[in-house]
Design a protein around this ligand. Sequence first.
Ligand code: SF4
Length: 332
Amino acid sequence: MSDGSNGAEHLLEVRNLIKYYPVTAGVLRRKVGDVKAVDGVSFSIEPGETLGLVGESGCGKTTTGRCILQLQEITSGEVMFQGQDLTKMKGEALRCMRRHMQLIFQDPFASLDPRMTAGDIVGEPLRVHDIAQGKRYRQQVLELLSMVELSPTVAGRYPHEFSGGQRQRLGIARALAVRPAFIVCDEPVSALDVSIQAQIITLLMRLRDEFHLTYLFIAHDLAVVRNISDRVAVMYLGKIMEITTSDRLYDEPRHPYTISLLSAVPIPDPVVDRTRERIILKGDVPSPMNPPSGCPFHTRCPHAEEICKSRVPELKPTGPNHWTACHLVEAA
Ligand code: SF4
């Protein structure tokens, strides 16, 4: 195993995923470089598991999710889903496979057609994939609304008549319509109020348990992924810096970047919260078009040494179910 998963049969395995966007300049649009959005990412997810994928904006987590779903062409690598490499599939075969994988968007308002009723939005995948018609279709739409705790009476309403949380429930119901095995939840609560965030996460957890769903849960906030994730991977500049179980990541973080992110997460106990050390990182995240040599974190790392500037640290085992990419963290 290369990523701290428990060794059971994978539902999804991502191997050395690379996604570069070419940068061109001049009248002839000559290629002058690459934006290295995802730069050699590997991990796997077991059936029924939730992997949290966390990092600052622009670290490549959303691109990773989209590349997995083949919504973006990858530069290289493999995306094995149920034992088949999605990157080699095309046309009808890929369309059939996509039915098992869905995406829940960050902004439920932008992702819902304002001219369609809630019932039509939720039922559209049933029609597109020819899953149900007539009475059965109407029945399934009502069932989907009730699965996400919306009243059947809302089926005739339009997206603008719903609150942000209700719109996200519609997005979830729509994703569930095709009974997928795997869902990429791309910052599904980032646009919502904190009180609503908890409700949506609780709903996603209930649906996961009820329908044995597997999630890749993308977020920029470590506090958000804690309860829902079995394991968490922390990304920085297109690479995974640390991946381990949710408990270990919060109790025994090893990577300096993870430690700094966690130091900013509020602790419910005000006494502990007041006394602990907060690590403020210097500078901004460097551009993925011109990432630093060696360890991508070395320009901001409080512990950087000479070796960090020249050698890229490998993601290596540093504890049970725990993998860290840092020269200063001892291998287990
Ligand atoms: Fe910091 Fe060096 Fe470890 Fe990178 S490899 S996180 S720069 S100590």
